[in-house]
Structures are given as C-alpha cells and as structure tokens.
Design a protein around this ligand. Structure first.
Ligand code: MOS
Length: 713
C-alpha cells in the first residue's frame, strides 16, 4: 500500500504553471457580448428615474423588470435581489446590465446612463442600526439574526466568582483577494440557460437560476471553470453575478461574458464580517468558571449567509476551552454597505481572536503563564462543548502544544528577549475548528457522491465540489485510487458540470476532504467489491451523520459538528520602536487535522492560511467612510506578499476520524483561525501592552505607546 500522506505531483500544477489552464476570462467565442454592471452611486436611496441614451445597434440595457421569475437570490433569507428594483441599499449595488459586442463601448454606455435618486437616511454603522432611529433596512430592528444559547448556570458562576473580568474586542473587514476576480459566461439556447464560471458551489448557482427564471432544473446547466481561489468569496456571491450574466444571455439570445475588474471586485463583492465581541468571565480559584460572550456582526445590507456565519462564530465562542457555565448571545446586524459573506473560517476567526486574547489578558492579570493557563482549561475527550456536544475522540492538545513550544523554543525566547534595534515579542494561540457544515447543514443537504467505472477501467469522480487551488483534484484522486489500488492517473476528476454530477454540496466549511472524501472512500470500497474488468459500474453514496450525532437546531444544543480539528501557533514579531511597524519573523504551527491526504498540499494550506491570518491581523485595513470603502484597489488594500511572509515551521499530530477518508478531518479554515491571536499576543509581548482590536495598525500602536509612556513618566 502507498502512503496516502506522501506528497505526489499536483494534478492541476502543470497546466497552471504552463499557463494553459483556462480561467473564465480565457474563454472567448465569436459573437460573444461583453457585460458591464451599472451600480448605485448612492448608499441608500429610492430610484426615481433611469435615463438611458439612444443605444447603438446590438447594445442592450437590462433591468430587474426583465427577470421572468423571482428577483431574489436563493439563499437562506429572501431579501437579496439580483438587480435592484426601486431601492438601493449600498453604494455599488447592481441596478442594470449593459451588454454589447465591444467592451469599450459597453463601458462607455454604462457610464452615460443617468439615474435619478431620492436619498433615504442611510444606516452607516452597527451602533446606528441598533439604535433603530432611521427606517430599518431589514425587519423592524435591522436584525438578520438574534440568537442565544446557554449551558450550566452563568448567573451563579458570576455571583460565586472571586473576580469578574469584562473586555471588548473588535475585528475588521477583510477582502478575499483571490487571484482571479469574479466572472461568469452565460448562454441561452432553446429555452436552456448555461453558465460557466469561477465558483465554489455549482448547485447554489443552479438553484438560484431555477428561481430567477422560474424554470425546471433540467433547463439550467452550471459548469465550473478553473477557479483561481475562493476563500469563501466564491461561495454565495457567484449566484448574483451568474444570475445577472444569465439574464443578459436570456434577453439577447447571445453568449454574455461578465468578468469583474479587480477594483470592482475589491469594492463591491462580499467581505468578512467586522465584529464587536464582548466577553465577561467569572474567575474563581484561578479558573474561568463562567463566561458570557456577546457577538455582534456587521452583516451589511442583505442577509446572505450571515445567520450561519453568526452561528459558527457563536459555537466557537469559548475556543478550545472547557468552561462549565456559558452564555452566548449573537446578533447579525443590517447596515447600508455591501453584504458581508463567507470567508475562510466563517465567523470563527472573530470569536477565536476574542477568546484567545481574553484568555491571555486574564492569565496576565492572575500572574499566570498564558500557555499553562490555557492548557489548564483545555477540552479533553469526554468533555462537552459550549453547545453540549460530546468530544468523543482524543483531544491531543498537550502533545500539539508541547511540540509547538519545543519547535519554537518558546520559553527561552520569552524569558531572554532578543536585544536589538527592534522590539521583540513572541505569542501563542490554541484553537479548534468544527469540520463540515454548521448545525443541521449536512443533514438537510444529504450530499451524494458518485463513482463511475468506465469500460476502459478508468474511474470518474462525479461530485459537485471544485478545486479552487486547495487541492481536491489531487487529494480526492488519491483517496479513490488508494482504495481501489489503481494508479492515480486512472482516476478522472473534471471540473463539475451540473448536467453530469450529483449534488455533493458546496465547496465550503472545510467539508470537502472529510465529508465528500468520506463518501468517495465508501463508494470506492463498494466499487472494489463489484469490480469487473471491462464493464461499466456506477456506485453512489449519500451522506448521513453517524447515528450518535445529536443536534437541535432550534435550541442550538448538541453536536454542532461531527468532528473537530485542533491546532496551536507560535508567532515571533519584531516591532519598530519608532514607526511601530510589525514585522512577523517566524510562524510555528502544529495541527491535528486527522490523517493528511497529502503532506505537501496541507503545507500549502498552512502557509496560505496562516499568512492570510497574519494579513488579517496586521496589514489588511478596510475602512468605511460615508458608506463607501476607502480602499478600492489592491494598491490601497494591502495583502501580504512573499516579502511579508515569515519563515514557517510546521508539524502535524494526527488523530484520525473514523468516518473521514483514511482518517482525514478538516484543514482549510483551521489554518487561518489561530494566526491573528498569536500575532496579537506577540505584539502585546513586544510592547508590554494589552490590545483589543485587529488589524493592529502602527498609528494605533503609536497612540497606545504615547499614553503608556506618559503614565510611566
Ligand atoms: Mo466557506 S468561508 O465555508 O466558503
């Protein structure tokens, strides 16, 4: 048997390196039309009139009125239109689509259209939304979601406490900056709509189009084109751009290409939810015995996936810590800005930043070592989570932590600080991530994965999950080939086409390897038994949670996830004592993500995830002024480059999950969540201060240090 974890050459590598992979914008056909969206130039307004200039032959302007079905993007809520009707709720909201044969001309026309507005008082912040003095954006109180759950007796914990510590944390917007901007190509032939594009979830797009065109499933076909990164940004948003492009094709009968410019993508697509998190902890005999966490997310103007993002954030509120008495309150709040959306970690990074930083602060106050303090609260096998789910598997945090501490030489570096021109600091984080959909997601979805053995004895993987760079083209092939004992090259896995593949669910929530990989593993086992050379054989498996998983979606009680991955990070920084610029020098990480399906691909996930988390903590600033983002291009929205990357040292501790393929758990989002709190702890250590907010900006550090120095004089 081959070692499943042993790296192989990535199946998508050569076409990408050679530049022959065809991303959506690489597709061209004769007679194709280009599309450009006309966007709202107001933050919140009624549309009074639209003045369209006389159009040259072959050019068209398309509006919400042209939608034959429902002008709502099918998601959890029913509020987000493909194209605005009579009101706009954010600056940049799509109103019209201009299509035509020449791209320049299409852009010119889009700029010459005049829209007359009547402003409605805009809600520019969460605070304003909660005050509820202006006409609400959603419902009666601007709340897309308002949740609560409890475990134990929190009030009793507070009354018994030796000390109650309360702190507030803030996290900012984050933009995905995938390599390839959003884009779709749509065709309309004989009553059938076909869409090709950059996406994570072909069936989300398909289901959205079925309702938009009020048509039958067999009238819609969605095909993923090679996708240059997603990070959650291509989870729900592609449904909107696909819907708009498809409307263009439907109206003109021609192929329509709609690809965003980078600036359009930065300014007008979904972002990570900014958060405001308040934590109140009851401390008794040196332990946190009770905790109340209130999470407020800025959800933007339409609900999107915010309710579930909030749920994941709430279920992660106590991090990797077993706290007997827990109360978690959460609100997803509507404001007049682009809708916030899915982004690697899906609500958990905000919570993990807050709880990790809180635990650091409490340890410092008690005069305790943060690592030892955190370990004394760690989850163990047999513990119940904040929602009362049972941790059935070994939680190998002591091993994970010991390894990251020795790899980084944490204690000697912390004690004997490097002397130099820069201020040196070292920080630690410890965390978990729930694998697969949150709550009842997998049970509702009932994903199906199919394997088709062809007459030539090659085996096709038929699933709706995509490779956007994270590696399933390689890892899932390995799973199937390994079970069947056939060469990796004999497994075929093409970009999903909804005409050919069953709905194995979206490519999100770190579910692909564990959930879909698990289905493929079981399908391959069955295929191996049925195998007859030269015959076509099809095997299908449908997902169901293991029997022991219990979840109450109304009360948020039970196993919010079937399994968890774990990790610990150590990060070293140097802070310039004059400019307060943060230089992240080294990052150490140990993860338990079950059996790695390919060590090299996991290493890629770790480096990418952690660097994205380091950017989230330091460089990635997105600010809103009068309802508009001030950072609108990659010149002013700064993400880490190779020059900003620290040296990485990583290792794995593998506690296998019995229902994951070869024991694999989740990896993609796990690698992101721990970096920001570790950076924050390192900066706190360097400057001997407490921080409460990311991104950590030099100008803010300067203010804090000036205050600190004044009070010390
Ligand atoms: Mo994701 S953030 O579940 O695409």
């Amino acid at each position: 048997m081959r070692d499943i974890s042993k790296p192989v050459r990535r199946f998508d590598a050569s076409e990408k390196i050679a530049g022959v992979a065809r991303f959506v914008d690489d597709h061209y056909e004769e007679g194709m039309l280009y599309g450009k969206i006309v966007r709202s130039e107001r933050v919140r307004a009624k549309i009074k009139a639209i003045k369209i200039p006389e159009l040259p032959e072959g050019y068209h302007v398309i509006s919400a009125k042209d939608i034959p079905g429902k002008n709502r993007i099918k998601m959890i809520f029913d509020d987000w239109p493909f194209l605005a009707e009579d009101v706009v709720n954010y600056f940049g909201e799509p109103i019209l689509l201009v299509v035509g044969p020449e791209r320049e001309k299409v852009y010119e026309i889009s700029e010459s259209i005049e829209i007359e507005y009547e402003d409605i008082p805009a809600i520019l912040s969460v605070e304003e939304a909660l005050l509820n003095k202006k006409p609400p954006i959603y419902g009666e109180n601007n709340l897309f979601a308002d949740y609560f759950f409890e475990k134990g007796d929190v009030e009793n914990a507070f009354s018994e406490a030796d000390e109650v510590i309360e702190e507030e944390f803030k996290t900012g917007f984050q933009e995905h900056i995938y390599l390839e901007p959003q884009g779709m190509i749509a065709k309309y032939n004989n009553g059938r709509i076909e869409v090709f594009g950059s996406m994570q979830c072909p069936f989300y797009v398909k289901n959205a189009l079925i309702e938009e065109f009020d048509t039958k499933p067999d009238k819609i076909r969605v095909v993923q084109t090679t996708t240059g990164g997603g990070f959650g940004g291509k989870e729900e948003y592609p449904s909107q751009i696909a819907g708009i492009a498809a409307l263009g094709a439907y109206k003109t009968g021609k192929t329509v290409k709609l690809v965003y410019d980078r600036a359009e993508d930065v300014e007008f697509t979904t972002k990570r939810h900014p958060s405001h998190i308040r934590i109140k902890g009851a401390v008794k005999n040196g332990k946190v015995i009770g905790i109340e966490v209130e999470i407020i997310l800025n959800a933007g103007s339409y609900a999107g996936l915010s309710s579930v993002v909030l749920q994941r954030g709430m279920f992660a509120a106590t991090g990797a810590y077993s706290i007997p008495n827990v109360r978690v309150i959460g609100k997803a709040v509507a404001t007049n800005i682009v809708p916030m959306g899915a982004f690697r970690g899906f609500g958990a990074p905000q919570s993990i930043f807050a709880i990790e930083t809180f635990m650091n602060h409490v340890a410092k106050r008690l005069g305790r070592d943060p690592v030892e303090f955190k370990l004394s609260h760690r989850y163990r096998k047999g513990d119940t989570t904040a929602t009362g789910g049972l941790l059935r598997n070994e939680v190998r945090l002591p091993e994970i932590v010991n390894r990251v501490l020795s790899m980084s030489d944490y204690y000697s570096k912390k004690k004997e600080k490097k002397e130099g021109k820069k201020l040196y600091g070292i920080g630690f984080s410890m965390f978990l991530h729930g694998c697969g959909f949150t709550g009842n997601g997998e049970e509702i979805l009932k994903s199906i994965a199919r394997l088709k053995k062809r007459k030539d004895n090659k085996v096709e993987i038929l699933i709706s999950n995509v490779d956007m760079g994270q590696g399933p083209q390689t890892t899932l092939r390995k799973v199937v080939a390994e079970v069947l004992g056939i060469p990796y090259e004999d497994v075929i896995y093409e970009n999903p086409d909804t005409d050919r593949v069953p709905d194995s669910g979206p490519t999100v929530a770190s579910r692909t390897a564990m959930i879909v990989g698990g289905l493929l593993y079981r399908a391959a086992k069955e295929l191996k038994e049925k195998w007859v050379d030269g015959e076509e054989i099809v095997v299908e498996k449908q997902y169901r949670h293991p029997e022991y998983i219990k979840w109450d979606q109304e009360k948020f009680k039970g196993d919010a996830y079937p399994e968890y991955s774990w990790g610990a990070n150590v990060i070293e920084v140097e802070v310039d004592p004059i400019t307060y610029e943060i230089d992240v020098k080294k990052a150490y990480a140990v993860f338990d993500l079950g059996t790695p399906l390919d060590r090299k691909i996991i290493e890629g996930q770790i480096h990418g995830g952690m660097l994205q988390g380091i950017g989230y903590a330091t460089l990635e600033v997105m600010e809103q002024k009068d309802g508009r983002f001030m950072q609108r291009t990659i010149t002013d929205y700064i993400v880490p480059t190779a020059l900003d990357a620290p040296l990485f040292e990583t290792d794995l501790v593998s506690q296998p999950y019995e229902h994951g393929p070869f024991g694999a758990k989740c990896a993609g989002e796990l690698t992101f969540v721990g970096a920001a709190p570790a950076v924050c702890a390192a900066v706190e250590d360097a400057l001997q201060i407490d921080l409460y907010e990311i991104p950590i900006r030099p100008e803010k550090l300067l203010t804090i240090m000036e205050k600190k120095n004044e009070s010390e004089v």
